[in-house]
Design a protein around this ligand. Structure first.
Ligand SMILES: [Fe+2]
Ligand SMILES: [Fe+2]
Length: 217
């Protein structure tokens, strides 16, 4: 593909991500079996209004994270000249599409909505991804490693906070956590460098602003 083609693909990803027009390749993880689609809501205990609100807020935050993942991987695939690395980024992006579709579906089931600021999150993450890509493949991969590790850590926190009765959300978050850990490992094995501590701290701060906002907006 030419560079123009790749930019057009990037624009298409942006539109699909922001319009909610994505379909998961893998079945939605369910409480009975992480890779089956049997309707979890029918067997799960009913949630109180308060629990439903909390689950909605946490799943909105996770959905924003997946919007950003689409932007980051797309930008980094555009930035690299290495076809193998581009293929790896594209593969991870496909798994992130599953996450995007699962969290969107769960948000709808909870009667909640995605973040109103998603275009802003996507644009910001895309620029950060391009900037990381400009610094070379090993830094770009290092950025993926650190991002995925932070997301994995953040999802572990959500497994502590999600209502115990919300087994449907918990099954989705648990599968996402396992996938993010695999993405981090793959990027590390592909040669990702360890980012300096101040950069990692800045990334944590940026993520805190994003998740804190997306909880409500
Ligand atoms: Fe993800
Ligand atoms: Fe990931």
């Amino acid at each position: 593909m030419s560079l123009v083609d790749r930019w057009l693909c990037g624009a298409e990803v942006a539109l699909r991500t922001l319009s909610g027009g994505v379909r998961a390749e893998r079945a939605t993880p369910s409480p009975e079996s992480p890779q089956r689609t049997e309707a979890p809501a029918s067997t799960a205990p009913a949630l109180s209004a308060e629990e439903r609100r909390l689950s909605g807020a946490l799943m909105r935050v996770n959905h924003v994270g997946e919007v950003c993942a689409q932007a980051l991987y797309q930008a980094q695939a555009l930035a690299t000249a290495d076809p193998d690395l581009r293929a790896q980024m594209d593969q991870a992006a496909r798994e992130e599409i599953d996450h995007l579709a699962w969290t969107a579906q769960r948000l709808a089931e909870l009667g909640d909505r995605p973040s109103l600021l998603n275009p802003l999150w996507f644009g910001g993450a895309f620029l950060i991804g391009l900037a990381a890509g400009r610094l070379g493949d090993r830094v770009s991969l290092g950025f993926v490693v650190e991002t995925e590790r932070q997301v994995e850590h953040h999802l572990a926190g959500h497994l502590d906070r999600l209502p115990a009765g919300d087994t449907a959300s918990r099954a989705i978050v648990a599968q996402m956590q396992a996938d993010e850990a695999a993405h981090a490992l793959a990027a590390q094995r592909a040669g990702g460098v360890e980012l300096p501590a101040p950069v990692r701290a800045a990334m944590r701060l940026a993520a805190k602003v994003m998740t804190g906002t997306a909880h409500y907006v």
